[in-house]
Design a protein around this ligand. Structure first.
Ligand code: TXA
Ligand code: MG
Length: 347
C-alpha cells in the first residue's frame, strides 16, 4: 500500500488535507493525524471494521483499548455516561483542560463497540487542541478512535517523518501538522466520588501534572512498575512496557549509580547538560543529548524526549544512560516513560 503524506504548509494545502483525510476516514480507512501530544492513528470510532484496521496496522493486541477523540466538548454524551456523583468535577475538569491533553475514563455507552474499548465497560475520551486535528474531526463530524501512530510497543511518533518510519506501507495517509507541541501522550485519569473531595487517579502521567489536578480532587499518583501492576485491570495497555527504544536504557537516580564497563559504548540523555549535576564526566559518552540546555525547562524536555530517544536509538550504542528528571509537572511523565523504557530493557 502506498502511504501518502499530505502537508498543511499553506491554507490551500490544509483545506485539501482536511477534506481528503475526512473522506478517507468516512470510507473506513485509518489516517495518521497530528495532535498536540503525539501523532495518532485515527479511524471512525463508530465503525468496528475501521477500528479493526487500526489494530491491524499497529499490530496491536485486541485487549488494548483505544482513546476516543471528540469533535467538541459536549460530544462525550454520545459515547460515555457521566455518573451523577462525579458530574460536577467532570464538568470542572473539561472546562479547565479541554481541548487539551487530558484523557478521562468513564462508563461507556452501548453504541460503542467492544473493538474500541477491548470489551471494557469504560471508554477513555479526550478532545485534542491541535488546529489541524480539530479541523479534520469537525469536518468528519463524529468521534475518532486514535491510539498513538506507532507499531505496538514502540515509542510514540512526534513528527510525520517518525510516523512514516513506523507505518509506511500499512496505512493510506498521513497528515503532516509539524512537530507535536507537547511530545508526550495525554494524562489519563479516572474519577470516583469521594467525601469531602472526589478522587482522581492518574492511570498514565502526562502533560497535565498532579499539581494541576490537585485543585479538583484528591490525586492518587501512580508511577513506574508497581503502578503498572496495580493498574492492570483498569488500563490493560499500561501493562506493556511501552515507550521504549530498542537500545537498552538505564535510568539513574544519582551519579553514584553508574560506572562504565570496559569496552562498552554509551550515550547520555541529559536534562540540561550542566556539569554541576554530576553526570557529564561519568563516562566518555559516544553522544551527549541534552533535552533542555541551560537552566532546564521541563516542557521543552518533554516535547523533545521521544524525538531525541529515536535519534539515540539509531547510534547502535550498547546502552542509553538517562539522568533523572525532577518529578514535577511534565517531569513526572518524563520519569514515568523513562522508567518504563528501563524496565523493558531489563526484561
Ligand atoms: O495523547 C494521547 O493520548 C495519544 C493521542 C494520539 O491522543 N493517544 C494515545 O493512545 O496515547 P494509546 O492508545 O497509545 O494509549 C492509550 C492508553 C493505552 O495504554 C490504553 O490501555 C489506555 O489508554 N486506555 C484506553 N482505554 C482505556 C480504558 N477504558 N480504561 C483504561 N485505560 C484505557
Ligand atoms: Mg501508544
Amino acid at each position: 500500500m502506498l502511504t501518502e503524506l499530505l502537508t498543511t504548509e499553506s491554507e490551500a494545502a490544509t483545506r485539501e488535507a482536511v477534506n481528503r483525510a475526512s473522506s478517507t476516514l468516512h470510507t473506513g480507512e485509518p489516517v495518521a493525524l497530528p495532535t498536540e501530544t503525539v501523532y495518532g492513528l485515527a479511524a471512525d470510532a463508530l465503525n468496528p471494521t475501521a477500528v479493526a484496521r487500526i489494530f491491524e496496522a499497529k499490530e496491536r493486541p485486541s485487549f488494548d483499548p483505544l482513546i476516543v477523540h471528540l469533535p467538541n466538548k459536549t460530544a462525550y454524551k454520545d459515547v460515555a455516561d457521566v455518573p451523577e456523583d462525579i458530574q460536577k468535577v467532570f464538568t470542572q475538569l473539561i472546562e479547565t483542560f479541554w481541548p487539551g491533553p487530558l484523557t478521562i475514563v468513564l462508563p461507556k455507552k452501548a453504541l460503542l463497540s467492544d473493538e474500541v474499548t477491548a470489551g471494557l465497560p469504560t471508554v477513555a475520551i479526550r478532545m485534542s487542541n491541535h488546529p489541524v486535528f480539530t479541523k479534520i474531526i469537525r469536518n468528519f463530524g463524529g468521534p475518532l478512535a486514535a491510539p498513538s501512530a506507532n507499531r505496538f510497543g514502540k515509542m510514540s511518533p512526534t513528527s510525520a517523518a517518525s510516523v512514516m518510519k513506523e507505518l509506511e506501507g500499512r496505512i493510506p495517509m498521513i497528515v503532516d501538522g509539524g512537530a507535536c507541541s507537547r511530545g508526550l501522550e495525554s494524562t489519563i485519569i479516572s474519577i470516583t466520588a469521594g467525601d469531602p473531595k472526589p478522587a482522581i487517579k492518574i492511570l498514565r502521567p502526562g502533560p497535565i501534572g498532579p499539581e494541576e489536578l490537585k485543585k479538583f480532587g484528591k490525586v492518587d499518583k501512580v508511577i513506574g512498575n508497581p503502578a503498572v501492576e496495580e493498574n492492570a485491570p483498569e488500563a490493560p495497555g499500561l501493562l506493556e512496557n511501552h515507550y521504549a527504544p530498542t537500545t537498552p536504557l538505564r535510568l539513574l537516580e544519582s551519579p553514584q549509580d553508574f560506572s562504565p564497563e570496559e569496552g562498552k559504548r554509551y550515550a547520555l540523555l541529559s536534562y540540561r547538560g550542566q556539569e554541576k549535576d554530576g553526570y557529564l564526566d561519568l563516562a566518555d559518552w559516544v553522544e551527549l543529548a541534552i533535552l533542555s540546555p541551560g537552566s532546564g525547562r521541563l516542557a521543552e524536555a518533554g516535547l523533545r524526549l521521544f524525538h531525541v530517544l529515536r535519534q539515540l536509538d539509531e547510534l547502535g550504542v550498547d546502552e542509553i544512560v538517562a539522568e533523572p528528571f525532577p518529578a514535577r509537572g511534565i517531569g513526572f511523565a518524563i520519569q514515568d516513560r523513562l522508567k518504563r523504557a528501563s524496565i523493558k530493557s531489563q526484561s
